[in-house]
Design a protein around this ligand. Structure first.
Ligand code: SAM
Length: 228
């Protein structure tokens, strides 16, 4: 009978993942590489998929949702250009894995999940790991979380039909919103940077838009996303 992988086996797989899937595929931000080398992804994956925790793919986490592919988590974190002092809003907690990575890159993370069971499980696991700078909120994150705005960075892990204006309004001057936006063919991972001065999310005034590339995500369901 084959034994289950040990913590040392997973650590070796994690190091390989960082080298082969991230560093050699263009992730340059050393703090992102360090965070992804530290967070035990296997704990965020359901038991039956644990052996595949470091595969180069998304994996099911229940409720029709997924934990994202490691590279896309790293690409989003890198695009947020975090220095460590920021308050970050994350939409789409899912398993809590990307929130654990962000917790190592920023001062404070507010992460929103619309499926209560996923939020509860993520909150518990993050607490068990001793991560104290992440707050998990159950809500429709397509409308952001105005109570704690503005945010220096906002990461959305689900595809929006168009840039959610309320999220853009919750960006601090200089802040970055990284979000997959639906287009004809593929979802496009896009960065919106709020410039200093006047902001008009309707016309795009005061926003700099950069497309990172194609990606595939579950839909953002909510008032500024898709209907249920
Ligand atoms: N970042 C997660 C992780 O590390 O496991 C994976 C996120 S998964 C690809 C996308 C998540 O977004 C799902 O858990 C889904 O329920 C959630 N979601 C979709 N629309 C949402 C909304 N409007 N507000 C909050 N969460 C939403």
């Amino acid at each position: 009978m084959r034994r289950s992988p040990s913590a040392a086996d997973f650590a070796a797989q994690r190091a390989d993942m960082v080298e082969w899937q991230l560093r050699r595929r263009g992730i340059r931000d050393q703090s992102v590489l360090n965070a992804m080398a530290a967070v035990p992804r296997e704990l965020f994956v359901p038991e039956r998929y644990r052996k595949r925790a470091y595969a180069d793919s998304a994996l099911p986490i229940g409720h029709g949702q997924t934990i994202s592919q490691p590279w896309i988590v790293a690409a989003i974190c890198e695009a947020l250009a975090l220095e460590g002092s920021e308050r970050v809003l994350e939409v789409g907690t899912g398993s809590g894995y990307s929130a654990a990575v962000l917790a190592m890159l920023a001062a404070e993370v507010i992460t929103i999940e619309r499926i209560e069971e996923l939020a509860i499980a993520a909150r518990q696991l993050l607490a068990e790991l001793g991560i104290t700078n992440v707050e998990v909120v159950v809500a429709d994150g397509s409308a952001g979380f105005p109570d704690r705005a503005p945010y220096e960075a906002i990461a959305v892990h689900a595809t929006a039909p168009s840039p959610p204006r309320t999220l853009i309004r919750q960006l601090a001057p200089g802040g970055r919103l990284v979000i997959p936006i639906a287009s004809d063919g593929a979802d496009m991972l896009t960065v919106f940077r709020r410039l200093e001065g006047k902001l008009d999310p309707m016309t795009g005034e005061g926003l700099q838009r950069t497309v990172i590339g194609p990606c595939r995500f579950v839909p953002l369901v909510g008032s500024e996303g898709y209907p249920e």
